[in-house]
Write a protein that binds this ligand. Structure first.
Ligand code: SF4
Length: 355
């Protein structure tokens, strides 16, 4: 079969698959660019199963651009709590204000304008332009890279400049220009639900006949990636100061690190391991903290995409804190009003439920 005919076969089968197997999801078959945008940002680093409830909560609380633009950052982050990659939420919030200020509150229609929104890259702009406006921009996300590299047997790494160019051209050629919305959703759906990273059911696949990876027994080897991520270990000692069983001290995380804009307790990071009891006492003495008692919560390992976090919570009861750490003093009963990273939130729920 000629290369052109193989491409036509691929396009046809992908659309057939979608017609029969597409999942019924609230952002499907809608043309509202705002809702499509929210769903795409949530799904960037999150599985549909986990993202669905967040999407529903988000749309209920912020049903349109204006509602999101008028919200405070704390409100947006609070709703995002537990989803991770919090820059997504901050960018959504920023971009909603951008839409109000630069586009008169109307979601931009042109691909180039969509691309100007904070947090929107080529993939998301193509998804919005095609799903909402049926414009002919091909999507390339992890699912699409996997399907294309396997079916066409492409050995070039997907994160190289050469690979990106090659996949972009191929995706552009394959796109159904008459119905880019359905085709883009179809190829993403096929990757997400059938040609999955592990153990796809190749024997019953409707693309198997011309699938190069299947023919050469290379399904598990594709796609090829050149960069491997080296994970950094970090050791976080959290001092949870509790004054008179009534008040607790927190602070907002600054820019340029994980969890930007979320809240935490007094943090002292150590180099190769978590503080020993002796180091904890030394730290408190040095800071002139007079405490009544100290208790340690069992250490936790928390894995992020680029970092392994080793965390311990040191609960320090005291009568009063001379606030040299510049922390915010809040009533214990108000703690749930503040957005914390999920690992701290779990500690809060478990520790204070016991209290
Ligand atoms: S045959 Fe296997 S590798 Fe090829 S497209 Fe189908 S599921 Fe993917």
């Amino acid at each position: 079969m000629s290369a052109q005919n193989v491409e036509t076969f691929f396009r046809k089968k992908i659309l057939e698959y979608y017609q029969v197997n597409k999942r019924d999801l609230p952002w499907r078959d809608i043309q509202d660019p705002y809702k499509i945008w929210i769903s795409e940002i949530i799904l960037q680093q999150t599985q549909v199963k986990q993202g669905l409830s967040y999407y529903l909560k988000f749309i209920e609380k912020f049903p349109n651009i204006k509602a999101l633009a008028n919200a405070s950052e704390d409100e947006v982050l609070h709703l995002w709590q537990g989803l991770g990659y919090y820059s997504r939420a901050r960018n959504l919030h920023y971009a909603a204000r951008q839409i109000v200020n630069e586009f008169g509150g109307k979601f931009p229609v042109q691909y180039e304008d969509i691309l100007k929104l904070k947090g929107v890259g080529e993939y998301t702009a193509a998804a919005i332009a095609s799903f909402a406006y049926n414009q002919p921009y091909p999507v390339l996300d992890g699912n699409v890279f996997r399907v294309l590299s396997r079916f066409f047997g492409i050995q070039t790494s997907i994160d190289s400049a050469e690979g990106k160019k090659m996949f972009k051209e191929l995706a552009g050629r394959l796109l159904d220009k008459k119905n880019p919305s359905a085709y883009n959703q179809a190829i993403m759906e096929f990757g997400a639900t059938y040609c999955t990273p592990q153990n796809p059911d190749c024997w019953n696949c409707l693309l198997q006949k011309y699938c190069k990876a299947f023919e050469k027994n290379e399904v598990d080897l594709l796609p090829v990636k050149s960069k491997s991520v080296l994970k950094q270990n970090r050791y976080l000692n959290y001092f949870v100061f509790i004054e008179n069983h009534q008040y607790i001290f927190i602070s907002k995380r600054k820019d340029g690190d994980i969890w930007q804009g979320l809240y935490e307790f007094c943090l002292e990071e150590s180099k190769d391991k978590l503080f020993s009891e002796k180091q904890i006492k030394n730290f408190l003495n040095k800071a002139n903290v007079t405490f009544q008692s100290i208790s340690l919560y069992p250490p936790i390992k928390h894995i992020l995409s680029h970092q392994n976090l080793f965390i311990q919570f040191i609960i320090v009861s005291l009568e009063s804190l001379h606030n040299t750490f510049q922390l915010k003093k809040i009533s214990l009963k108000d703690i749930h009003q503040y957005p914390f990273p999920v690992v701290l939130q779990r500690f809060i729920s478990s520790y204070f439920a016991k209290e």
